[in-house]
Design a protein around this ligand. Structure first.
Ligand SMILES: Nc1nc2c(c(=O)[nH]1)N[C@@H](CN(C=O)c1ccc(C(=O)N[C@@H](CCC(=O)O)C(=O)O)cc1)CN2
Ligand SMILES: [Mg+2]
Length: 282
């Protein structure tokens, strides 16, 4: 089995981007800037934001953190986004999700300038993805595609099954796979014969949010399995797939942790550098 090592791949991407940013800096005199908004005190979000800021530093991207209390009002948050839209040193704006109760994340995401929407959550970005037009792609599914590319795994003509239909993973991932000429099935909680659907897949993408949901009997021999799940259990962090049980059956698989998670952050950096380049007309 080939271990699809997201941690190592993400580290390689950060290094490559660092070199690229160095060249961009010497040719333009400017550096990419990412604004990271964290509202409230969700501990997992705080970790992700810290990791994003660290990753930016490693790649030479200037990150500006905006840590807001859970009591922040909708108006304050919207005011900050408007200000960042106008700030020429900011090439990417991200609002860490979830936001505290009482804040409307959809209204905030709507306000982000689509040219700075490095998380790819703005309806314009989603529309561009749907139409196959250039634009920012949601970091988790785009990071998955980048990981497959780095391992030379081509989905064209293959049967891909996505388990999960969230706006930030399942739906955009299905569209990206379709764009790459996979035959795509999206499964969810109401799918009849889910195990049978998954068993027919050459590529399985699990984004259900249920620990060890994908079992050995559900996967065909030689399939490629990408586990997008991050579940905190008493036994620690586990994915949506039973890694130990699948290991001897599949051709390639991502671990959790160290698979898709680090690629999400690497993709954010890729998107931010791309946004910077576009601003410079490159
Ligand atoms: N504005 C956004 N909010 C959220 C996104 C997003 O892409 N943009 N995705 C998730 C959270 N997320 C990034 O924000 C994220 C989750 C997990 C990881 C990661 O590296 N996970 C590690 C394990 C780390 C741990 O101990 O938890 C791994 O899988 O190896 C990175 C980013 C929801 N919100
Ligand atoms: Mg994501």
């Amino acid at each position: 089995m080939i271990l699809l090592d997201g941690k190592a791949t993400a580290a390689a991407i950060r290094k490559e981007l660092g070199e690229k940013v160095g060249i961009l800096k010497s040719t333009t005199g400017k550096v990419p800037g990412l604004a990271v908004i964290l509202a409230g005190e969700d501990p997992a979000s705080a970790v992700y934001v810290r990791n994003k800021e660290r990753a930016c530093a490693e790649a030479g991207i200037v990150s500006k953190g905006y840590k807001l209390p859970a009591s922040t009002t909708q108006e304050e948050l919207e005011g900050l986004i408007r200000k960042l839209n106008e700030d020429d040193s900011v090439h990417g704006i991200l609002l860490q999700l979830p936001v505290p109760q009482g804040l409307d994340s959809d209204r905030c995401l709507d306000l982000i300038d689509p040219d700075k929407d490095v998380d790819g959550f703005h309806p314009v970005s989603v529309g561009r993805l749907t139409l196959g037009l250039p634009g920012f792609r949601s970091c988790t599914p785009a990071g998955v595609m980048t990981l497959l590319d780095r391992y030379g795994l081509d989905v064209s003509g293959k049967k891909a099954v996505v388990i999960g239909r969230s706006n930030i993973v399942g739906k955009p991932l299905a569209l990206m796979l379709l764009q790459r000429n996979a035959t795509v099935t999206v499964c969810h909680s109401r799918t009849a014969n889910l195990a049978e659907e998954v068993r027919s897949a050459d590529f399985v993408f699990a984004a259900v949010g249920r620990p060890l949901f994908v079992t050995r009997d559900m996967v065909k021999d030689g399939a490629v399995v990408v586990d997008v799940g991050i579940n905190r259990t008493d036994a620690g962090l586990v994915g949506d797939c039973d890694f130990k049980a699948l290991e001897s059956k599949v051709a390639a698989m991502t671990p959790v942790p160290g698979g898709v998670g680090p690629m999400t952050i690497a993709q954010l950096l890729i998107n931010t550098v791309r946004s910077f380049e576009m601003k410079q007309g490159l």
